[in-house]
Write a protein that binds this ligand. Structure first.
Ligand code: AMP
Length: 364
């Protein structure tokens, strides 16, 4: 079996690492010569919309998937008309545009923060009395890790925030004073069989994910599963999907979804019976899905912009290092480490040690 992946970054790399034991081979399309998955399969080097390379990818791969959601719609459609593509291009179209995504959530009765479309400064000024303060202005497309976002605290912030977007279509949404952020990851197979991972509890810094912890038995699990099930059924989804949520006063509010494997699920490599990467492959290759149950208590810490000394990290009990083979650069995720322990008490102290190592090299 050959799986084609659009993108050859760390998510593609971890999918490939999960695929080799299943006898799967990989072919990546990525415009960067030093993309970090490129030594784990065939690398087609070029633009995502290069017709010759897309034709080659469709020809050689049994199924095509992607590691990021900003794949141009016509590229996904072209591939889908020549080979199997999972998840289907519709999931990309919804996830690419925050306004469409919020409307989609609401059409499924999945709550979101109050929001309004913003195409001009006048739109923004008009929306604020309804949205309320504080609020966040976000570009509708191409936003991730907090990029293209501004916090609006008063009317004085509006013009600067709008100017920063340089005319890009935007969305303004109410700031949610959440108690915590969680995400749910699920995998759905071609036959509609669906499995859910225990919730991840996530902490961000500067809009970038810093720490995720597995939360088996979390009281919000059932609500999160109900929401992600609705999304997967409505999108006729095949593969792994991640839904990011805010929890406030025992209620979940949707932030966004990612039609792919997700950073908040990296702990599943050591902390679940089957990792999100393996289950993504099993789903898109029509194989039976693997059990998602937690193995012990797990947490993941991202290394952003700098790498720890390997020996220092491995000296932390129960720590597992995942280097992405990427040159450190400001704001760039270059590695993560997972901890897996028997008890929550054991985990807490070790997470602190791991975060201290990450803080020492972090330049984000
Ligand atoms: P996003 O790129 O939309 O996932 O936003 C990145 C991070 O910014 C989120 O994980 C939250 O920590 C924060 N954030 C985004 N939108 C909101 C909101 N409406 N209310 C509060 N925090 C938010």
């Amino acid at each position: 079996m050959i799986v084609g992946i659009l993108g050859a970054g760390q998510l593609a790399r971890m999918i490939a690492l999960a695929g080799y034991p299943l006898g799967v081979e990989f072919i990546f399309l990525d415009p960067s010569a030093d993309a970090c998955a490129n030594r784990l399969g065939t690398h087609l080097l070029g633009d995502y919309n290069d017709p010759r390379l897309l034709a080659e990818l469709a020809e050689r791969a049994d199924v095509v998937t992607y590691e990021f959601e900003n794949v141009p719609a016509d590229v996904a459609e072209f591939l889908a008309s020549h080979t199997q593509v999972h998840p289907a291009p519709k999931a990309l179209a919804v996830a690419q545009d925050r306004l469409v995504e919020k409307g989609f959530f609401n059409s499924l009765d999945i709550p979101t923060p109050a929001y309004a479309a913003v195409d001009s400064l006048a739109d923004l000024q008009q929306a604020m009395p309804t949205i309320g303060w504080p609020a966040i202005l976000k570009s509708r497309t191409m936003g991730y890790d907090g990029k293209g976002q501004s916090l609006l605290k008063s009317a004085d912030d509006l013009a600067t925030a709008w100017d920063l977007l340089a005319g890009a279509p935007a969305i303004v949404e109410a700031f949610v004073p959440f108690g915590r952020e969680v995400s749910i990851i699920a995998a759905r197979s071609v036959s509609g069989e669906t499995v859910f991972y225990p919730l991840s509890e996530n902490r961000h810094r500067g809009g970038i994910l810093r720490v995720s912890e597995s939360r088996a038995g979390d009281p919000m699990q059932a609500q999160a599963e109900a929401y992600i099930s609705k999304l997967m059924v409505a999108l006729d989804y095949v593969g792994v999907l991640a839904l990011e949520l805010f929890e406030i006063d025992g209620r979940l509010i949707a932030n966004e979804f990612a039609p792919r494997v997700h950073n908040s699920g990296h702990w599943t490599i050591e902390g679940a019976e089957t990792s999100q990467f393996e289950n993504h492959l099993r789903a898109i290759l029509a194989m039976p899905l693997g059990a998602t149950s937690a193995v012990g208590k797990a947490a993941m810490v991202n290394f952003i912009g700098g790498l720890p000394v390997t020996e220092d990290l491995l000296a932390i009990p129960h720590a597992h290092l995942h280097l992405y083979d990427k040159a450190p650069r400001k704001g760039r995720k270059v590695a993560h480490a997972t901890l897996r322990t028997e008890t929550a008490a054991q985990l807490a102290g070790l997470v602190q040690q791991l975060e201290a190592l990450a803080d020492a090299v972090d330049d984000s």
